[in-house]
Design a protein around this ligand. Structure first.
Ligand SMILES: Cc1cc2nc3c(=O)[nH]c(=O)nc-3n(C[C@H](O)[C@H](O)[C@H](O)COP(=O)(O)OP(=O)(O)OC[C@H]3O[C@@H](n4cnc5c(N)ncnc54)[C@H](O)[C@@H]3O)c2cc1C
Length: 482
């Protein structure tokens, strides 16, 4: 029987996980299309100072490719990128990846039963199976401030760091205090003239139990791989407990919160500054961040924290809500990503000309974050409701890749050419997700997990184990094979 052609969009952890899974399953006609010039996804993009992982590397790595040589417990961006590149090479994936190809649209061919893709260069590509793995955090978001383009100095987003700009001695405005800013501000502060940090909402920043791995660790992990597996298992159990604490308000949540408070009090003696750093929402509602040098950086004499919002960008700097003009040489946007705009700006058209972006207008949704009725042979990796508050996304990506493999096998065994989830199944699943999420901690404040209309379209409401089980135990009656 003819092998189906499989096209995967995106060569980050998600696309590569799927390519490895399907290659192992014996599929030979696999192509990965990547708009950038290399593999790695967010770990190729985010080169800002101190960019690093929030989850210990023993867990933030592929389950089938442990790395005894991690130099730190929490890996840095360049270490993760090197790991991705090496694993892709070793698994024979680099030959499958076409870089510099940006997919702009995908249209289902009702007669042929496959997908017709168009790229920004005007190329047409036909494929039987389409997997999108374009990430949730791959499109930088900059607020639409008046005067945005008028600033006369360099201005860039943290995910598009401009390394040609010499920050030494400069007056720098940093907008945002999210996961990226708490890493790069301590990185630029020592050499900067002055850093003005604009904080819209204070994050909870708990201590990060980071450490260097010695050569002895490497030797131990290599000689006795079980020790590293044990470390992964332990970390996994801890992060699951942390996820559970976010969902069910357990004692662990109280313990981490106590740790946060202790760190804040230890590093910030000035009561006025400390008051500004106390979040005004419940612990866990926004992503809990981990760093040891965020608060200690904010107390440095060349740093000021402004809690007034930035309301305008000027040729000489920015204006805050109280009317103050802050003159600066450089503006850095640590303002996050367009996380809820799944698959945008690609145009996806399914059966009966169903427009996916129109369907998702009030919030993206998909069965297991993976498949949608009326969009046969289309699978979304790191799709709606598969993000986590405190564990490794890679586990979710591997689980989704396994589910795709099962569905492709099932389709073959049924002698079919296409597979699609039943509409009633997806509807029931979405109701379940939204009812669980309405009760969750994430519903208690405004955060980036929310769609404008109020739905939480990014996060998974359970433990990672539950997602893995549901992907592994698919009820094949939930799908229609044709
Ligand atoms: C700074 C940062 C730190 C993070 N830290 C952690 C962490 O500690 N723990 C954790 O679990 N997760 C973390 N994440 C989340 C991270 O997004 C996931 O862990 C994981 O890397 C997602 O992989 P992905 O392949 O799904 O997406 P991405 O890595 O975003 O890759 C998507 C790829 O698709 C490509 N692409 C997009 N659109 C197109 C198109 N139209 N045509 C062709 N190619 C396209 C992009 O260029 C990109 O290479 C972090 C994210 C960021 C940004």
């Amino acid at each position: 029987m003819r092998q189906p052609s499989i096209t995967i969009i995106g060569a980050g952890f998600g696309g590569l996980s799927t390519a490895i899974e399907l290659k192992q399953a014996g599929y030979r006609d696999i192509t990965v299309l990547e708009k950038a010039d290399g593999v790695g996804g967010v770990w190729r993009e985010n080169t800002y100072p101190n960019a690093a992982c929030d989850v210990p590397s023993s867990l933030y790595s592929w389950s089938f490719a442990p790395n005894p040589d991690w130099p730190h417990r929490y890996s840095r961006q360049d270490e993760i990128l090197a790991y991705i590149e090496r694993t892709a090479r070793e698994r024979g994936l680099l030959d499958l990846v076409r870089t510099g190809v940006e997919v702009t649209s995908a249209t289902y061919d009702e007669t042929g039963g496959g997908w017709h893709l168009e790229t920004s260069a005007g190329e047409h590509i036909d494929t039987d199976i389409l997997v999108t793995a374009v990430g949730q955090l791959s499109r930088p978001s900059i607020p639409e401030l008046p005067g945005l383009g008028t600033f006369e100095g360099p201005a860039f987003h943290s995910a598009e760091w401009d390394h040609s700009v010499d920050l030494r001695g400069k007056r720098i405005a940093v907008l945002g205090t999210g996961a990226s800013a708490i890493q790069f501000v301590p990185g630029i502060q020592p050499d900067a003239g002055h850093v003005t940090v604009f904080q819209r909402s204070a994050p909870y920043v708990a201590a990060k139990p980071d450490r260097e791995y010695t050569r002895t660790h490497g030797r131990l992990f290599r000689r006795f791989p079980r020790t590293q597996r044990f470390g992964r298992e332990l970390t996994w159990q801890i992060t699951e407990q942390f996820n559970n604490a976010l969902i069910n308000d357990t004692v662990i949540k109280k313990a981490v919160k106590l740790g946060w408070r202790a760190q804040l009090h230890r590093q910030v003696r000035d009561k006025e500054l400390r008051a500004k750093l106390i979040p005004d929402y419940e612990f866990g509602c926004k992503r809990v961040l981990f760093a040891n040098n965020w608060y200690s950086t904010l107390v440095q004499p060349n740093v000021s924290l402004v809690t007034e919002p930035v309301v305008e960008v000027l040729p000489v700097g920015v204006r805050s809500g109280d009317g103050t003009v802050h003159e600066v040489d450089v503006i850095i946007y640590g303002t996050g990503f367009a996380a809820t705009e799944f698959l945008a700006p690609m145009q996806i058209t399914g059966l009966d000309r169903a427009d996916l972006q129109a369907r998702w207008k009030s919030g993206a949704r998909a069965f297991l974050g993976l498949c949608m009725p009326d969009f046969p042979n289309l699978f979304v990796v790191y799709g709606p409701n598969t993000n986590l508050g405190g564990s490794s996304i890679i586990n979710m990506l591997e689980a989704a890749a396994g589910a795709i493999r099962t569905l492709l096998r099932h389709t073959e065994e049924q002698g079919g050419r296409s597979v699609v989830v039943r509409a009633d199944v997806e509807e029931r699943f979405d109701e379940e997700m939204q009812s669980r999420l309405r009760e969750s901690i994430w519903a208690s404040c405004h955060n980036w997990y929310h769609q404008d209309g109020g739905r939480i379209s990014t996060n998974w409401p359970g433990l990672v184990k539950e997602y893995q089980q549901r992907c592994a135990d698919l009820d094949l009656r939930d799908f229609v094979v044709a």
